[in-house]
Write a protein that binds this ligand. Structure first.
Ligand code: NAD
Length: 478
C-alpha cells in the first residue's frame, strides 16, 4: 500500500460524514504499515452524535416492526454481497487470519438475520388479574417499548460480529445508537454504517464516533439522553463504566480465562483438535479462548503428546494469506506482556514444552504444563496464544480448579458419562457449560454472557432485545 492510498476517515453523525479536527494513524498490527488516518472524536462530536440519536429516536420508535425487520434483512443481504471485502478489512485492521475473518462475516450475516426475525416478535403477555383478591374486574397486559438512544462500546476482536450484537437487537427493538468502536478497528464500524445507510436506516439512528475511549468514554456513559450502555471489552474498562453509569441500564460483556475438563474414555483425537482451535484461533484473542485444560491423569500424557504434535502443524504468518492459522497479536505491548508472563511461569516451576517465542508481533503458540493457579497465565486473562495443561486425579478436582477463577464466561467438558456431565453443569460457576466441546463455542442466537468478573446481562439477539426494551403494564378496569 502506498502513502497515497492512505485514506482520511470521517466520523458518521446524523447521516453525515464529518471530518474531525484531529486524526490518529491506524497501523496494521502485522505489517506496521499505515492503513488510514482516523478521526479523533471530541466531546463536542459525541454531544452532536447523541443529539442526532435522540432526534432520530422519534422516527425509530414509530417505525413499524416489519420495516425495522426489512432494514436488518437488507443489511444481511448487502453483507452477503460484500462478504469478501469485509473479511479482508478485518484481516487488514485486526490481523485476523483471512479464513477466520471469513467465518466472522458468515456469523455476522446470521446475527443480522436473527435480528430481522426478532424484530417481528417483540411482545408482552396478558396477566390474570383476578388471581389476586381485589383484582376482579380488571384485565391487564404488558408491552415492550424501546429505551431510546443507546451507547454501544465495542472491542477489537470481532469488529463486525460484536458490533452486530449491539446494532441488531437495538434496531430490532426501535432504539437508536451511538457506536464507539475500538481504536484498532474503526474501519469495520464505518463500513457497517455505510451498509445500514444503503439498507434504509434513517439518518441519525446510527452514529459512529471513532477515537480514544479514555477521552470520550465518560460522555458516552454519563450523558442524560443516553438510556443504556452496552459494553463489550476488558474487565478494567467494564469496572470504570459500571462506576460511572449510575441508574442507567448497562450490559457488560467482559473477559475470561476459560477452561475445559478432559475426562478419561473420550475420543482424544477430536478433543485435541478442538482444544487446539479453542486455544490458538485468532492468536487466543477471543473472550472465550481456551486458556486452561484440566486432563484426567489416565490420559494426560497421551493428550499432551497429541496436543504438541497438532500445535506444530499450525501455519503462522500474514493474515491476508488464506493458509494462515495464527497471525500477529493486536499490539506489540501484548506480544511483550505475554513473554513476561511465560517467564514468570517458568520461574515458578511450570514447564514450557512448546512455543512462546515471537517474531514481530506474531507469537508462536505456547504450551505450558502444570501451571500453578496463582500464575498470571492461569489466573488472569491471557488474551494471547497461550494455554496450560494440568493433570487432575478426578473430574471433581478439575471442577474446583475451573471455579478457582475471578471469571466465569463459559466452560467445556469432554466426557462420555451423563452423570459427570450433569454434575459439571450444576457445579461450574459460569454463564454457559458446553458438554462434549470446548468453551470456545458460540452461535449467535444462544444466550451469552458471564458471571463473576466476566460481566452482567446477556447477549444473543432475543436476550439482548429484552435488555434493550422496557416493560410497560396496562390495566383496564372493566
Ligand atoms: P478494551 O476494554 O481495551 O476496549 C474496549 C472498548 O472500550 C474500546 O472501544 C475502547 O475504546 C473503549 N474504552 C476504553 N477506555 C474506555 C473508557 N474509560 N470508557 C469507555 N470506553 C472505553 O478491550 P479490547 O482490548 O478492545 O478487547 C479485549 C477485551 O474484550 C478482552 O478482555 C476480551 O475478553 C473482551 N471481550 C469480551 C467479550 C464478551 O462477549 N464477553 C467479547 C469480546 C471481547
Amino acid at each position: 500500500m502506498s502513502a497515497d492510498d492512505v485514506k482520511i476517515k470521517p466520523l458518521y453523525i446524523g447521516g453525515k460524514r464529518i471530518i474531525a479536527k484531529e486524526f490518529y494513524s491506524l497501523v496494521s498490527p502485522y505489517s506496521q504499515e499505515e492503513i488510514a488516518k482516523v478521526s479523533l472524536a471530541t466531546i463536542e462530536d459525541v454531544d452532536q452524535a447523541i443529539g442526532a440519536a435522540t432526534h432520530s429516536f422519534e422516527i425509530m420508535r414509530q417505525m413499524p416492526a416489519h420495516r425495522r425487520s426489512q432494514i436488518l434483512a437488507n443489511v444481511a443481504k448487502i453483507l452477503e454481497q460484500r462478504a469478501e471485502e469485509c473479511a479482508k478489512l478485518i484481516a487488514l485492521e485486526a490481523a485476523k487470519p483471512l479464513k477466520t475473518a471469513r467465518g466472522e462475516i458468515a456469523r455476522t450475516i446470521q446475527t443480522y438475520q436473527f435480528a430481522a426475525e426478532e424484530a417481528k416478535r417483540i411482545h408482552g403477555e396478558t396477566i390474570p388479574m383476578d388471581a389476586a383478591k381485589g383484582g376482579e374486574g380488571r384485565m391487564a397486559f404488558t408491552i415492550r417499548e424501546p429505551l431510546g438512544p443507546i451507547s454501544a462500546i465495542t472491542p477489537f476482536n470481532f469488529p463486525f460480529n460484536l458490533v452486530a450484537h449491539k446494532l441488531g437487537p437495538a434496531f430490532a427493538a426501535g432504539n437508536t445508537v451511538v457506536l464507539k468502536p475500538a481504536e484498532q478497528t474503526p474501519l469495520s464500524a464505518l463500513m457497517i454504517a455505510d451498509i445500514f445507510e444503503e439498507a434504509g436506516l434513517p439518518a441519525g439512528a446510527l452514529n459512529v464516533v471513532t477515537g480514544k475511549g479514555r477521552q470520550i468514554g465518560q460522555k458516552l456513559v454519563t450523558d442524560k439522553r443516553i438510556q443504556m450502555v452496552t459494553f463489550t471489552g476488558s474487565v478494567e474498562v467494564g469496572k470504570t463504566i459500571k462506576s460511572q453509569v449510575g441508574l442507567k441500564r448497562c450490559t457488560l460483556e467482559l473477559g475470561s480465562n476459560s477452561a475445559v475438563i478432559i475426562d478419561r474414555n473420550i475420543d482424544l483425537e477430536t478433543a485435541v483438535a478442538r482444544c487446539i482451535e479453542g486455544a490458538f484461533a485468532y492468536a487466543g484473542q477471543v473472550c472465550i479462548s481456551l486458556q486452561r485444560i484440566y486432563v484426567h491423569q489416565e490420559v494426560y500424557s497421551a493428550f499432551v503428546e497429541k496436543f504438541i504434535e497438532r500445535a506444530t502443524e499450525l501455519i503462522l504468518g500474514d493474515p491476508m494469506d488464506p493458509a494462515t492459522d495464527v497471525s500477529a497479536m493486536i499490539r506489540s505491548a501484548d506480544a511483550d506482556r505475554i513473554q513476561t508472563w511465560l517467564e514468570e511461569a517458568k520461574r515458578g516451576g511450570a514447564e514450557i514444552v512448546y512455543g512462546g517465542t515471537k517474531e514481530g508481533n506474531v507469537v508462536v503458540p505456547a504450551i505450558v504444563l502444570q501451571a500453578a493457579a496463582d500464575m498470571k497465565i492461569s489466573c488472569e486473562e491471557a488474551f494471547a496464544p497461550v494455554v496450560h495443561i494440568n493433570s487432575v486425579e478426578t473430574v471433581e478436582e478439575a471442577i474446583d480448579a475451573v471455579n478457582e477463577s475471578d471469571y466465569g464466561l463459559q466452560a467445556g467438558i469432554f466426557t462420555q458419562d451423563l452423570n459427570t456431565a450433569f454434575n459439571a453443569i450444576q457445579k461450574l460457576e459460569v454463564g454457559g457449560v458446553i458438554v462434549g466441546d470446548i468453551p470456545t463455542f458460540r452461535v449467535d442466537h444462544m444466550p451469552y454472557g458471564g458471571v463473576k468478573e466476566s460481566g452482567m446481562g446477556r447477549e444473543g439477539i432475543r436476550y439482548a432485545v429484552e435488555e434493550m426494551t422496557e416493560m410497560k403494564l396496562a390495566v383496564f378496569k372493566l
